[in-house]
Design a protein around this ligand. Sequence first.
Ligand code: PEP
Ligand code: MN
Length: 342
Amino acid sequence: MLIVMHSDATTEQVEDVLKLIRDLGFKPHAMPGATRTAIGVTGNPGPIDPGNFEFMPGVAEAIRVSKPYKLVSRDLKHEDSVIKVGEFNIGGSQPAIIAGPCAVESFEQTMEIAEVVAANGVNFFRGGAFKPRTSPYSFQGLGEEGLKILAEVRNRFGMRIVTEVVDPENVDLVEQYADVLQIGARNMQNFSLLRRIGQTRKPVMLKRGMSATLDELLLAAEYIMSEGNYEVILCERGVRTFADHTRNTLDLSIVPAVQGLSHLPIIVDPSHGTGRRDKVTPLARAAIAVGADGIMVEVHCHPERALSDGPQALLPDMFTKLVEEVRSIHQVIEQVEANKLN
Ligand code: PEP
Ligand code: MN
C-alpha cells in the first residue's frame, strides 16, 4: 500500500495517517518529496483495504502496489534521491567518484594512494578492511587496524570513507569508522546482513550480486529500506557470463533500467566489472555517458605488489586522466539533458 498525501497536507494530517498504520500493526515509511509526501506501508501480511485511508483528511490517494518492491520504487518517490554523506552528495548534479585500493594493506600503501586520490579533488575514498575472498588462504584484510587507517585518511584529507562490512557481527565496529557501508556482491542476498544494515543510520552502497537480476537487486535494497534506512546507493559491478575476455560483464543497461523503476542513485564499478586495468577507463566513460550517478574505481601505486585485485588497479596517472575525462563527459551529458528540456 502506498498513501499519497495532498501537496498541502498538514504535518498533523501526515501524523494521523502514520498513527493509523501503526495502530493496524504495520510499519509506515514517510517519504517527503518535492511536491508531496508519500507513505509506504510494510509489514502487512496481505492486502490492505484502501478504504481505511482514502477518506482521511490530507490523503490524495491510497494505492495498492502491484510490484514486489515498494520503498525503492519511483511510485513512492518521483524525484531522484540524493544521498548525503557528510558534506558531499551521491546522486544529484555532480558525478560521485569513489576511489582507492581494493584492500587496505598497510598505513604507507593507503596514505600513498589517498594522496593521489585527494590530489584529484575526489571526495570519497574506498578500501576494504574486511575482504570477502574466494579462497580462505587469500589476504582477508586488516580488520579494525584497517578501519583505523581509513579514519586517518578522513582526518588528513577530508575524504569520506566507503568500506565493506561482511557479516552482521561486524556492523557495530565498521559503523564506527565508515561514512558509507558497502555490501559486496557476494553478500547482496545475505538477508540477515541486509536487515542489520537497515537498522543503522549510515548510507549503504549495495553492490549487485554476481548473477542478480534487476528485481533481485531492488529487493535487496528493499530489505535495507524496510528496516528504516532509506540511504541506499546501488552499484553495478558486472555479472558473470560466458564471456572470458573480462572478469565480469559490466551491464550498463541496468543504469537506465534502474532509473526507470527506482528513485535510488546508481553508480558503476568498472574495476570489478572488467578486472583489467586497460578496460577501466573506457567503461568509466561509458558509465557516465549512460547516466550513472558516479563511478567507483580501484587505484594502486604498486599494483604488482597488491594483495588483491592488482590487475584491475589504475596507476596514479591513469586515474588522474580518468577523473578529468569523467568530469568532461559529465558536463557534455548535462548539456545534452539541458538541451532536451529547452
Ligand atoms: C570490492 O569492492 O572490493 C569488492 C569486493 O567488490 P565486489 O563485491 O563487487 O566483488
Ligand atoms: Mn577489489
